[in-house]
Design a protein around this ligand. Structure first.
Ligand code: SAM
Length: 491
């Protein structure tokens, strides 16, 4: 169902815009007042911006514009090959346009697609997958369904920046799009309800602090049994500590403090994972106020007892619990592990795929880069008495990957890499020197369809074929997505 045509040269890991390459940019002089043009939007870019063309043929990426709309634009950035603009006046509206549910949409950079209906967002994401595969010479003619949740209030983890402006007002929120400017928020409709309920009390406590300037950011996390608030306190302030303790008691949340200056330490495994690197790199040690909470994720999958996975605050956690369970169920359904089959779970984290696969009968060898997460994964498997072997390895290293594939001949492989993808692993799997029918089936779970397409092309050049593709709407109202792909070895 997927045809492999002439292949374009591999593209670098995508930037968020899906544009071919970063170019030097110039702020358009007086763009706000002088550069008004009327355009018809032709299509959506990967990041959800509308794309139109000036009479000269130059492309323009327009914030919050939808295909078919006529818009008068104001250019805010000019580049050599394209401009970037926003809508000055919308002259017509596309049928997919809806009123954004959040009052902060357009200022806050947390969401980029709230002006589109959710079905249209999902169609756009499916198109992105098809197009990125096509760019790698892969024409996917098969179905492309979407795993989705009924609720848009999905985000069980968030990091809110804190700042004090020139007038002395305390701001708490997310960064504006393509900017470091903090947007003050009074609500956030994509957070799970337990975290939404903390926004006003957090604003109140921040407003009552003697030194709000000494708060860097606040991390929020909701598990099935508890809510966690971790405060990054840049300088210890004992008088403010009391206020935080009172907040934790009133709200019934577990409170952690990271106080003091950043250390210079960097966790090398986080280099490929900017989100986690940001939240962990060099942060001072975490101190719990009161007893440390036990953080659990609970997987309830069809035909399987529920599985409890314990984790620590800095660990990778799939942000949308409902869609995550559907992804795990999908991978189990595709690989249909038989008793005794050997499975390799690569980029295994705390065992989100390893444990359910072992519970379904497979012998699992799980590989993860972070030593702390390997320990967590092994402990989680041990608690459930499941046959999971944990190994720490850098899966970007060709030597490690080649040794691993030689040592553990697998019936099936799960890949769930960070945004940079799993190029070394896929290049090695493409060259594996087993008889075709002994080569493993591969379930690839990706958070960047551009690197997935690149890696799928490597596998197809090694004889693999794409059997199934599914999009997972893990991050509703944003241009981010997960994509699942099943690749079969040659018959
Ligand atoms: C997208 S997460 C997936 C985790 C897990 N499969 C899950 O579903 O929760 C990617 C994982 O890859 C790990 N990782 C990042 N770079 C790595 C590398 N070079 N080698 C091995 N693991 C790496 C991260 O620590 C993280 O746990």
């Amino acid at each position: 169902m997927a045809m492999l045509g002439k292949r374009r040269p591999p593209r670098p890991a995508s930037n968020k815009s899906g544009l071919a390459r970063q170019e030097s940019a110039k702020q358009a002089p007086n763009a706000e007042t002088t550069s008004d043009q009327v355009l018809t939007i032709e299509r959506l870019a990967h990041d959800g911006r509308g794309v139109g063309h000036l009479p000269s043929g130059k492309a323009v990426f327009v914030d919050q514009a939808l295909p078919g709309e006529r818009v008068e634009i104001a250019t805010h950035m000019t580049r050599k090959r394209f401009d970037e603009a926003h809508i000055r006046e919308r002259l017509s509206a596309a049928p997919e346009r809806v009123t954004p549910p959040c009052p902060h949409f357009g200022h806050c950079g947390g969401c980029d697609l709230q002006h589109m209906s959710v079905p249209a967002q999902r169609e756009h994401k499916r198109e992105v997958v098809r197009e990125l595969l096509f760019r790698q010479g892969i024409s996917w003619q098969g179905s492309l369904d979407t795993l989705k949740s009924d609720s848009d209030a999905y985000r069980r983890r968030a990091r809110l920046g804190v700042n004090v402006d020139r007038e002395g007002r305390v701001l708490m929120g997310f960064r504006a799009q393509r900017s470091h400017r903090l947007v003050d928020i009074a609500s956030c409709c994509v957070l799970v309800p337990e975290l939404q309920a903390l926004i006003t009390p957090l604003r109140d406590v921040l407003g009552s602090l003697k030194s709000p300037r000494d708060v860097g950011h606040i991390e929020l996390l909701a598990t099935p049994d508890t809510c966690v608030v971790i405060v990054r306190q840049l300088k210890e302030q004992p008088q403010d500590a009391d206020r935080w303790h009172a907040f934790a008691n009133e709200q019934g949340v577990a409170l952690g403090m990271r106080s003091g200056r950043d250390s210079a330490e960097r966790d090398s495994i986080n280099r490929d994972n900017p989100e986690r690197a940001k939240s962990q790199a060099g942060s001072p040690e975490l101190h719990w106020v009161g007893a440390p909470p036990v953080l659990n994720d609970i997987l309830t999958l069809p035909g399987c007892e529920s599985l409890t996975l314990e984790f620590s605050p800095g660990d990778f956690l799939q942000v949308n619990a409902d869609v995550n369970q559907q992804m795990v169920a999908q991978v189990i359904q595709w690989l249909a592990p038989q008793k005794g089959q050997q499975l390799l779970d690569l980029y295994a984290g705390m065992g989100n795929f390893s444990l359910p696969m072992a519970a379904a009968g497979a012998k699992v060898h799980a590989v993860e880069g972070s030593p702390a997460m390997v320990a967590r994964l092994v402990a989680n498997a041990h608690r459930h008495q499941l046959p999971v072997n944990g190994q720490q390895a850098d899966l970007n290293s060709r030597e490690s990957v080649n040794a691993l594939l030689k040592e553990i001949p697998a019936d099936a492989v799960i890949l769930d890499p960070p945004r940079g993808g799993a190029e070394s692993v896929c290049q090695a799997l493409a060259k594996i020197s087993a008889k075709p029918h002994q080569r493993p089936r591969i379930a690839y779970v990706s958070c960047d369809p551009a690197t997935l397409a690149r890696d799928a092309a490597h596998l197809m050049h090694g004889g693999y074929r794409i059997a199934r593709v599914v999009a997972a709407d893990m991050f509703v109202h944003t241009a981010h997505m997960e994509t699942l792909m099943l690749l079969e070895p040659p018959a």
